[in-house]
Design a protein around this ligand. Sequence first.
Ligand code: E4P
Length: 218
Amino acid sequence: MKFFIDTANLEQIKEAQGLGVLDGVTTNPSLMAKEGIKGEKNIIEHYKKICEIVDGDVSAEVISTEFEGMIAEGEKLAALHPQIVVKVPVIKEGIKAIKYLTDKGIRTNCTLVFSSGQALLAAKAGATYVSPFIGRLDDNSTDGVELIRQIVEMYNYYEFDTQVLAASIRHTMHIIKCVEAGADVATCPLSAILGLLKHPLTDLGLEKFLADYHKLNG
Ligand code: E4P
């Protein structure tokens, strides 16, 4: 199970990288906007900074919605750094762009996936990753983790190489459920990753160990 952090915030990326368990980063235009990163030059510089901080894959999303624009953007983004994975929405033009970029040896992350049919087309086009958005499905009274389970089963059955990247993770329990469903990757907010560490018995146990040590050793 690979861990990506889902943010464009450099401090959070550094903190997650510092844990030593981070495998990559996913960004999207909303996350970039949240950090106030605007203008092509600044956006490109920001992606480069992220690649310098982490060792793994960094998803950078295209803005175009037609094939020519998507592949031009995708080729430019991929040329920035070997760690860049081009993030493309699962629309008709996007599937064509994923196929084109895959044939050129450029890795892709097919995003905004909400159904197994979309995931099937992403895999057929050769996407490196498929990103089902589980939190947004849950928000719409649909079981997001169940979609992860269905896609994992389909990819295993047909032996697709595309990795299932569980996205739109909102909390720690989502991560645990995605592990159980067999996701290859979970992209998470820092709070959800740190939440994996939390257990009151750990805190109580450590408090007692230290208290007993200090009773004798001052
Ligand atoms: C995925 O790569 C997206 O960046 C992200 O997970 C979307 O999450 P949200 O639904 O919390 O915006």
